[in-house]
Design a protein around this ligand. Structure first.
Ligand SMILES: [Zn+2]
Length: 467
């Protein structure tokens, strides 16, 4: 999941093009001033255009305005610390839940590999943090990527295909390179084609959406590659015994090492080909027609490198066991992995059944399903609760509390509609597959976040958080 351009060369180019020599001036522009100037430009341009009809005049106005913006940006960057803390994880989701930290920066010299915790959650030469989403199905719904700090968009690469997986990688990704001043640079890599909402020269603020998670370029799975450079050197923001020094985060996102279930589903049509991951095009279901049936199910796991046993039990409505098995571990024991199973089960009683799946003796899946005369019609997702937090930088993060097995009775992939309001006005509305969303830090009023889960056809009641 490497970001495919040589960082050192790029960093040198950045140094040459944007960093002001000679240190700070007495009165630097603040980031808020730059953002406000940029935000006021469309209205100012429209006002000018009302009284100036000639294209030449308008072009000259645009050029002056652009030059003024660039001067403000240079001024703000010359006063930036170069060490802004990252106020939140800049992808829509929760690390260690729907997002999985697959690789960190490789901190070991030479051929060895080492992550910040002195483990092997990386690969040789890796320069950033890779966080995967669960599937191309989630990618298609959309998983936003946000600016982690304030800064200037130094470059954008767009228009490249975003369907890389496994070894089927492509040479060019879509990415945003953000300059936060004094050698603090960030790369947001592998973005979804056509999703980038900023352009070179734009000023962005922490919490502002930059694009969507994709799988463009040298990518083996849909994910964000997030490179954080300090003093032009890739660093890992997570501190640990093998990454001494202060944290790059205002508050470290918890990574966690415990085995957990990232997703579960039954399939009505198996998991052959694109029905399986990363496409996830199977017919997800939570009901089966009674009689002797093939029951297919899949469990996605995080932190699964050392799983040594699995047990499966189908439980009838009266609590009796219809089938029990301790299959061999047939899936790859990677940190991020999944297994599929098929059992011929005599579904001899109609009513609410359960499937229990235990790993290393811990029942991590307790999945209800219905046996009826015929499969049930679609049901709405389960209700959620929402929580709103305000980071030190002022970015608001709205988080959905949800169980990754039980979010929908038909095991549909759930999308969340996040509607943010400030002073009664909608300031952001987005549909996302992620369990969290963010609001740009420049919205200062009291805000609310209303989340509506949907399976694409039916919705659960909205949940609102305020703060
Ligand atoms: Zn990467």
């Amino acid at each position: 999941m490497s970001w495919s351009r040589p960082l050192a060369l790029l960093a040198a180019a950045v140094a040459a093009s944007t960093v002001t020599a000679g240190g700070t001036s007495a009165a630097c522009a603040t980031s808020d001033e730059v953002a406000a100037f940029q935000a006021a430009t469309p209205a100012a341009r429209a006002a000018f255009a009302r009284t100036h009809r000639r294209a030449k005049d308008r072009a000259a106005w645009d050029a002056r305005r652009r030059a003024r913006l660039q001067a403000l940006e240079r001024s703000a960057l010359s006063c930036a610390s170069g060490r802004q803390l990252l106020p939140f994880f800049p992808q829509a989701g929760i690390v260690g839940r729907d997002l999985y930290l697959a690789n960190t920066v490789d901190l070991a010299p030479g051929d060895a590999i080492r992550d910040p915790w002195c483990g092997s959650r990386t690969y040789d030469g890796h320069t950033g943090d890779d966080t995967t989403i669960r599937s191309f199905r989630e990618q298609a719904i959309g998983v936003p990527i946000f600016a982690a700090v304030d800064g200037r968009v130094n470059s954008v690469q767009e228009g490249n295909k975003d369907t890389s997986y496994g070894t089927q990688t492509l040479p060019w990704d879509n990415h945003v390179l953000l300059d936060a001043g004094h050698g603090q640079l960030q790369v947001y890599g592998h973005l979804r084609r056509g999703s980038v909402t900023v352009k070179e020269g734009d000023w962005v603020v922490a919490g502002q959406q930059l694009g969507l998670t994709g799988s463009s370029g040298n990518s083996s799975w849909p994910h964000l590659h997030f490179t954080t450079m300090l003093n032009f050197e890739p660093t890992d923001p997570w501190p640990g015994p093998c990454r001494p020094g202060p944290s790059g985060w205002a508050q470290d996102p918890a990574v966690g090492d415990d085995l957990y279930v990232r997703d579960f589903t039954f399939s009505a049509d198996g998991f052959a080909g694109r029905r399986n991951l990363p496409w996830d095009e199977a017919t997800r279901t939570g009901s089966f027609a009674s009689g002797r049936r093939n029951v297919d199910f899949r469990v996605e796991l995080g932190n699964a490198a050392s799983v040594s046993s699995v047990s499966v039990r189908f439980v009838r409505p009266d609590g009796s066991t219809a089938l029990a098995d301790d299959p061999a571990v047939g899936f790859s024991r990677w940190r991020q992995t999944y297994g599929t199973w098929r059992y011929a089960v005599d579904l001899d009683v109609v009513g609410p059944w359960r499937l229990l799946v235990a790993f290393d003796g811990h029942t991590l899946v307790d999945a209800p399903f219905v046996v009826a005369a015929t499969r049930l019609a679609n049901r709405a997702p389960m209700p959620v609760t929402a929580a709103l937090t305000t980071t030190a930088a002022g970015v608001r993060v709205c988080t959905v509390a949800q169980d990754l097995v039980h979010e929908d009775p038909d095991y549909d992939v759930v999308r969340y509609r996040y509607v943010w309001r400030a002073g009664g006005r909608v300031v952001r509305a987005v549909t996302s597959a992620g369990l969290a969303d963010a609001l740009a830090r420049t919205v200062r009023d009291a805000v609310s976040c209303t989340v509506t889960p949907s399976d694409g056809r039916l919705s659960a009641p909205p949940a609102t958080a305020t703060g």
